[in-house]
Design a protein around this ligand. Structure first.
Ligand SMILES: [Fe+2]
Length: 206
């Protein structure tokens, strides 16, 4: 890490010795648990792993009655849903970028399998984007589940894809110091960040 760091975010890792082991579940609301189950079991090939009924949320005590359902992937990690009677539809996003950036990515075995997923999903009537090559690091396809959740099937093309830690800290430091500098100079922060992005993305052109 650079030694010019000032922000606690770039101060180094946690001292607890604790790191989560794996993804247990990510959860969303569904308004159609039948369509959701059909999609995750028949199209995504997952196993219905577990279900729960409750009249209140155990963690908060909120009186939101629900049916909770989990679908299992090969490594035991799951994607989960709540159908809660009487909920109004979710509010629309304030900007289309939220609907592009917010997504859930699942890993396929290799590039060949990503292509097989593409064909399978297309045969099932889904609109599929890709395969997209992400700077030689990933090959990915994108589609939506029946709840409108943006899903990705990806495979790492570089075995080191999640081990770029020093570069990560250096980049984070650049991002944070660009913000701080722009603020100190009374400049528009977004404009300064867009300039940083334009400069840094040149590294992929080589
Ligand atoms: Fe992604």
């Amino acid at each position: 890490m650079p030694d010019t760091l000032t922000h606690p975010a770039v101060d180094g890792p946690s001292k607890s010795g604790l790191t989560p082991v794996m993804l247990n579940h990510a959860a969303w609301i569904t308004h159609d648990v039948a369509a959701t189950t059909e999609f995750y079991t028949k199209v995504m090939g997952m196993e219905l792993a577990s279900t729960i009924f409750d009249d209140k949320v155990p963690s908060t005590g909120d009186a939101f009655p629900y049916f909770h359902i989990f679908f299992r992937m090969q490594d035991g990690s799951t994607i989960a849903f709540f159908e809660a009677p009487g909920l109004p539809p979710k509010a629309k996003s304030s900007h289309p970028a939220y609907d592009v950036f917010d997504h859930f990515a699942m890993q396929a075995k290799d590039a060949d399998e990503v292509r097989r997923w593409h064909d399978w999903l297309t045969e099932n009537g889904l609109e599929v984007l890709g395969p997209v090559d992400h700077k030689g690091e990933f090959l990915s396809i994108y589609f939506h589940d029946p709840n409108g959740i943006r899903l990705e099937i990806t495979t790492p093309m570089n075995a080191e894809w999640n081990a770029h830690t020093s570069q990560g800290y250096a980049d984070l430091e650049k991002w944070l110091s660009t913000k701080e500098k722009a603020k100190a100079e009374g400049r528009d922060v977004s404009e300064a960040l867009v300039e940083l992005i334009a400069e840094e993305r040149k590294r992929y052109e080589a």
